[in-house]
Design a protein around this ligand. Structure first.
Ligand SMILES: NC(=O)c1ccc[n+]([C@@H]2O[C@H](COP(=O)([O-])OP(=O)(O)OC[C@H]3O[C@@H](n4cnc5c(N)ncnc54)[C@H](OP(=O)(O)O)[C@@H]3O)[C@@H](O)[C@H]2O)c1
Length: 265
């Protein structure tokens, strides 16, 4: 029987892409779910599909997580209905593609708020309760971009480097507890990511593209083992490993080469 049976998982960004598959994967292991994103219709259809297929409880909360107050608001709302979160999947996030100087500051600030500050605040709020109960899992969604300087995704990838280092450090801090923090750093995965970031996929991306259910399965298995970090897929793992060996300027140049394509907005 899965250790997750009867627990509750909070999945952010569960209206599309990896978040939908995290929700399905965790439901298949007997987790009840709280799903959060902005697009209510999509959340409701995910809720209906999962309830029918897996018979677990699924609550949906429509919320923009890129505002300063959102994590506390979400935490209070969950407490108010008497629920506890045993698994936190900090998945909501997006990237912005293009030359740094051409990216609109408001959109970039919004991205950094969601990808960094919200993730840290959510982790602080929910991990404290997990530690008090001495049980829980936190899964931070970073990116393979976290492993190198990434021209054309400069601030997005730097944000994901933050997530990677933050998650791995926390995994170590909590090593003597039953609260496990893991970081998944996916490479390009077939979701709405590129549509939102505004990049036409490169040949490299089309070749390396993984499917979301596979990435999620690897992530959840790693999380259950309490691994600090995982890069899914052989090609991605080799890329991350090679980046650690290369001079950083060379690493930036290779990344630039691989990411060069047309911006779609
Ligand atoms: N796909 C890839 O190639 C790839 C690679 C590496 C890392 N990642 C990371 O994987 C995570 C999931 O992305 P994805 O690939 O599944 O992309 P996606 O299909 O675009 O999903 C992103 C999710 O985040 C939610 N979200 C975005 N802004 C939000 C906000 N302000 N408040 C609440 N929810 C918000 C979206 O829901 P709403 O729009 O409904 O709010 C959606 O459910 C992200 O952290 C991304 O950086 C993706």
């Amino acid at each position: 029987m899965s250790i997750l049976k009867g627990t509750t998982a909070l999945v952010t960004g569960a209206s599309s892409g990896l978040g939908v598959d995290f929700a399905k994967n965790l439901a298949s292991r007997g987790c009840n779910l709280i799903l959060v994103a902005r697009r209510e219709e999509l959340l409701k259809s995910v809720q209906q599909e999962i309830t029918t297929q897996y018979g677990v409880e699924v609550d949906v909360i429509t919320l923009d997580l890129s505002t300063q107050d959102a994590p506390q608001q979400l935490y209070d709302q969950i407490k108010e209905v008497g629920k506890q979160v045993d698994v936190l999947v900090n998945n909501a996030g997006f990237g912005l593609y293009g030359e740094f100087i051409n990216i609109d500051w408001e959109r970039e600030r919004n991205m950094l708020e969601l990808d960094i500050l919200t993730l840290v605040h959510m982790t602080k709020l929910f991990t404290k309760d997990m530690i008090a109960r001495n049980f829980g899992f936190v899964l931070q969604v970073a990116s393979i971009g976290a492993y190198q300087p990434s021209p054309l995704y400069a601030s997005y990838s730097a944000a994901k480097s933050f997530v990677l280092n933050f998650g791995e450090a926390l995994n170590y801090e909590l090593r003597n507890t039953n609260v496990k923090v893991s970081v998944i750093s996916p490479g390009i995965t077939a979701t709405e990511f590129l549509k939102v970031s505004g990049q036409r996929p490169t040949l490299y991306q089309r070749m390396a593209m993984m499917q979301s259910p596979e990435v999620v399965q690897i992530a959840v298995e790693a999380m259950l083992k309490g691994k600090p970090s995982i890069v899914p897929g052989l090609m991605n793992a080799i890329t991350a490993w090679a980046n650690r060996l290369m001079p950083r300027r060379m690493s930036a140049a290779v990344s630039h080469r691989l990411m060069q394509s047309e911006a779609t907005h």
